[in-house]
Write a protein that binds this ligand. Structure first.
Ligand code: GLC
Ligand code: CA
Length: 568
């Protein structure tokens, strides 16, 4: 058996991701919370899920929805308490589920006590815990140390009036980057952010922006790719820096004491060689990563600078093939996912959310995911086929700083040009992170059963036709399909979790076909990515294992139909 084939709970376990603010509100203040999550663990278990991933529930001013942490050892009070978290850990384990938390240690909140101390003076013992640099003067004008653009628009450097220096923030100014070069900082991170929770019994971490810890000491300008702008995309400068592997080995030694699972977020890394540095088993860094190639399909050079649906199916296939072949003949492990809290809904992006196609699309994408190798991740509401909010929603309904900053940037740069603003809005309706963050749709009562008072974010208008209660009773629902599918994935885990992927007919713009192979067994998957019927005869000597349509026709695939066959 190769190392990749070696059985592990974190390889065959299906992960369900929870966004605490939007999952379930137990005390009717309009904000989801930990007791709410506990109350739905039986629902989660009933889908066939084995691992629960909780997005940041730590104390935070919530500038970036909890990815700006002010105290790793406390819980954001509206979500609950540390003791609620202890109950959640216990209740997951009682149901035979593992639980992992988000580890956000590239940066903290500017309200974290470490940063408050760091910014007090240049002599502060914690000054070097963050990345401070003097200004650069160009023709007497004060400028930041380099031209890096933050991930949320604007310069990645913030001027600090009190101490007359800039600090680095790859995300919001309220999210200063920690200085991983400093050993004391690393020890504090392992202790406060990791071991505090590992000692409480959690089973691992999803590791936020894991390839950004090492920026190097020089931090040169990024190449100019947007000549009209002062700040430039710098992802290739600050990702995968020189000491990454060293830092992760050190971190791994801590995790190993607890046998914890890790899945890291790995943006701006497009070669197998680059990814393997993180996930090859012998390197002992991370168990697996989220590559971005698949979810980046259809995004413009500046993420939202794009026309919806301008991509072609071969691009998506190639991206998926890249994540699948990563483990062929290597000792690495991979992931299969289409959604998370940073991505718009997959039906709306990759298939069709039109009322007549939505259910078929949800099932077809589910079939694709559940037959791919690697650890499978499902994001809350994906199991119901939740879709993006409609175009009619005004910008006020968009709560994410990434969306509002982008819209504001377009407004400033275009001088408020209505055409530019309309296309920015269209792109946001297609790709904004907000679409993943609307409240979970539990039933057809007001506010979708998420809460009995007005939620922090508007409920998607379609909750009366798309909700968990109704789908639990409907054998033809997306939810019922996911349940069947996850049983199939487990039954044939050799093929679907561990098997070798091979892409067929790569240039076909309508059908996505591939095989999975494990020793003598072989499966064939065919997916119709169009709203029209497509010819596609059943392969000879095969048995239909599962398909998405109620009444499959042998000779053709219905719109957005998917099928999986077992070959003799
Ligand atoms: C990751 C998170 C995202 C957050 C960012 C900064 O990409 O998934 O939600 O905004 O890191 O922490
Ligand atoms: Ca609440």
């Amino acid at each position: 058996m190769t190392i990749t084939e070696e059985r592990k709970w974190w390889k065959e376990g299906v992960v369900y991701q929870i966004y605490p603010a939007s999952f379930k509100d137990s005390n009717d203040d309009g904000i989801g919370d930990i007791p709410g999550i506990i109350s739905e663990l039986d629902y989660i278990r009933s889908i066939g899920v084995d691992i629960v991933w909780i997005c940041p529930m730590y104390d935070s001013p919530q500038v970036d929805m909890g990815y700006d942490i002010s105290d790793y050892e406390a819980v954001y009070p509206p979500y609950g308490t540390v003791s609620d978290m202890e109950s959640l850990i216990h209740e997951c384990h009682k149901r035979d589920m593992h639980i992992i938390l988000d580890l956000v240690v590239n940066h903290t909140s500017d309200q974290h006590k470490w940063f408050k101390e760091s910014r007090m003076s240049k002599e502060s013992p914690k000054r070097d815990w963050y990345i401070w640099r003097p200004a650069k003067y160009v023709n007497g004008v004060r400028k930041p140390p380099n031209n890096w653009r933050s991930n949320f628009e604007g310069s990645a450097w913030q001027w600090d009036e009190a101490t007359q220096e800039y600090y680095l923030h790859l995300f919001c100014p309220e999210q200063p980057d920690l200085n991983w070069e400093n050993e004391e900082v690393r020890k504090a991170i392992y202790d406060s952010a990791m071991e505090f929770w590992l000692r409480k019994g959690i089973d691992g971490f999803r590791v936020d922006t894991v390839n950004m810890y090492s920026k190097g000491l020089i931090m040169p300008d990024a190449p100019v790719t947007d000549p009209d702008a002062e700040w430039q995309f710098a992802g290739y400068q600050y990702c995968n820096g020189p000491r990454m592997q060293e830092f992760l080995s050190e971190m791994n030694a801590v995790l190993a004491k607890y046998d914890a699972m890790t899945v890291g977020e790995c943006p701006n890394t497009h070669t197998a060689e680059g990814v393997l540095k993180y996930v090859s088993a012998k390197q002992k860094q991370l168990n697996m990563v989220f590559q971005f190639d698949v979810v980046d399909v259809g995004m413009g050079p500046h993420k939202f600078q794009t026309t919806p649906f301008a991509w072609k199916l071969p691009t998506l296939k190639a991206a998926i093939a890249g994540t699948q072949t990563l483990i062929k003949g290597t000792d690495a492990w991979t992931t299969a996912f289409l959604e998370n809290h940073d991505q718009a809904r997959s039906i709306s992006r990759f298939a069709s959310d039109a009322p007549e196609h939505r259910v078929a699309s949800g099932k077809m994408l589910a079939l694709m995911l559940a037959t791919l190798s690697g650890t499978l991740f499902v994001y809350q509401g994906q199991e119901l086929g939740m879709i993006n909010a409609p175009l009619e929603w005004s910008m006020d309904e968009y709560k994410d700083v990434d969306s509002s900053n982008y819209y504001k940037m377009v407004n400033d740069r275009s001088g408020g040009d209505p055409k530019s603003l309309a296309s920015a809005k269209a792109a946001l309706q297609h790709l904004a992170r907000d679409h993943a963050r609307t409240p979970m749709q539990w039933n057809s009562h007001k506010y979708a059963g998420f809460s009995s008072c007005k939620p922090w974010m508007r409920v998607n208008d379609d909750y009366t036709v798309c909700n968990a209660q109704q789908q639990q009773q409907d054998k033809g629902s997306v939810l019922s399909f996911w349940k069947k599918l996850l049983r199939l994935r487990k039954e044939y885990s050799d093929l679907f979790v561990y098997g070798d992927f091979e892409l067929l007919d790569a240039a076909n713009e309508n059908l996505f076909s591939f095989t999975k192979e494990y020793r003598a067994s072989k499966a064939f998957v065919v997916l119709n990515f169009t709203g029209q019927k497509q010819a596609g005869a059943s392969p000879e000597n095969s048995k239909l294992l599962m398909n998405t349509a109620e009444e499959p026709k042998a000779e053709s695939l219905l719109p957005y139909e998917g099928r999986v066959y077992l070959m003799a």
